[in-house]
Structures are given as C-alpha cells and as structure tokens.
Write a protein that binds this ligand. Sequence first.
Ligand code: PMP
Length: 310
Amino acid sequence: MLIWRNGEFVDWEKATVHVTTHALHYGSSVFEGIRAYRTKQGTAIFRLQPHMQRLLNSAKIARIEVPFTEAQFNEAALEIVRRNGHESCYMRPIVFRGAGVLGVEGRKNPTECVIFTLEWGRYLGKEAIEQGVDVQISTWRRVAPDTGASLAKIGGQYVNSQFISMEAHDGGFTEGIALDFNGTVSEGAGENIFVVYEGTVYTPGIGSSILNGITRDSVIKLMGDLGMNVRFEAIPRDLLYIADEIFFTGTAAEITPVRSVDRIKVGKGSRGPITQALQEEFFAITSGEKADRHGWLTPVYQTEKQESSG
Ligand code: PMP
C-alpha cells in the first residue's frame, strides 16, 4: 500500500512523522473522509471536488498554507486509488502543521499534505443501514460559533466528537447527538441529522454548529428529485422523541436510520419510508445502477480502460 505525501508516493511503513509534529500537540490538522465506490461502470470517487474544496476551505479557516492546488489534490486522490488497486475504499486526505517549532501559534512549521486509503465497509455496521441505530443525546455540546469553527474539519475539534462517541459507547449506544450552544439539536459525532415529523423533513441549518456535510447536501438534492422539501430550522431536542423518522448522513455513515433516542423509540422503531426511499436512491447512484444524474462520481480507471479498449 502506498501513501501520497507532499507530491510523492511512499510506502505505508515509511509515511511517519516526528514526535515534535505541531498537529500532534495542538490538533492543527484539517482533513477529509471520501469514499471511492465500486460501481457497475468501475471504481469512482464520490463527490471528489466538493471534498477537496472543503479541505482547502478548512485550511483557509485554520490559516494553514497549502502548497498544492485543488486540482493537484484531485489528481493525487485518483492516482493513489489506482496505485493501490482498490475497487472501493475510504480515503483520508490530511493537511497538517509539521515538525520544527514548538509553541501554540505554529505558523512557522512546514505544511505536510497526505492522502492514504483504507478498505472499509459500513461505518456504523451493516445491519445499521436496515435496522437503524440506538443513540443518546450527549451531555457534551458542540463548540459555539465563537469557540470553534464547525464548518471546518479541523483535527483538534474532533476531541469534542470523541467525548460524544465515547460517552455514547459507554452507555451502550451506537452514537451520540450533540446539542448546539443554544440547546437545540446540532449533529452526531461524525454525522449530520435529519428528522421527519408529520410529513415534513427538518435538518439543522449551518448556524447550528454543524459541519456542512457533503452527504447532507447529496440527500437534500435527492429529496428535490423525489419532490420533497427540507426545512432548515433550529430543532428542539423533544422533536426527536416524537419524530416519525430520524436518520444520519455522512461519508462513513452514508444514510443510517436512527431507531431510538435516549431509549425512546423513533416512530415504529424501524427504518421509515422516507429514509428508505432516500437510501435506495443513494445506493442506486453510488453503485452505478442508476444514472449519475448530478455528476457526483469521478471514474478512477476510465482513462486506462478507454485507452485499452480503443
Ligand atoms: N459532521 C461531522 C462532525 C463530521 O465529522 C462528518 C463527517 N465528515 C459529517 C458531519 C458528515 O459530513 P460528510 O457527509 O461530508 O461526510
């Protein structure tokens, strides 16, 4: 397995960092999680451009200077999948402040840019996609808009996500949902949330300390295709207890139903019809069974195949 690092392809074992690396001490990294799917037409990366745009926007927010362009990241992502010969995989681009100068501010350290890949299945478990997951409302809140930058995927902020997930696991739940600084619903530790109540779909707006999820955006577009509307609103916690359906979205979680919140059953306690309809659409597109009508898939091996067939 190879890893792309600062423009070169290096062996997995050799892609190490020094213990004085700034990001290790102060969380000064920005990263992405991207999936490459095995589609009927070959391997394809899902929503490559928006992911790399968000990576560079996260770096902009974190004031990390990045010595590569978005186009270079896109090409590196395609090439690492090819070189590792994946049919499908999870990809982790990460940009971080490297080693050299200790101290919080950190801007004198060189920037390191890496993309590695992993073979990975369903994040919250295969059954979770059909059966749903049991979640709790966390005692931890998301960072307030003036104590963090929820729109950026900054490494250090994931300590908050770790608190939320660890607390949930210790309590026997699969995941935790955090409230925002106002006490209204924000998101899961690594997933956005949608709530269906009396035929209307709600999701917190970007002012509710959420990451502006790319799966969230995909689901909103699919809802448009299916003639459904979504309302971006501050969601009170108690709506979760009386919701007909709740589901998570995320690159790792894809579209995962929530079947209980704080041990209170959501709807009938199983996947609801809107969740299922969106899943079917999502999985049909990401498997290549339905046309990629939004241009979400970037083929990985197309060039070689075209060349060899022509
Ligand atoms: N919120 C948080 C905190 C996350 O880490 C993620 C995963 N990137 C998401 C939401 C979902 O975002 P996306 O659909 O872009 O993966």
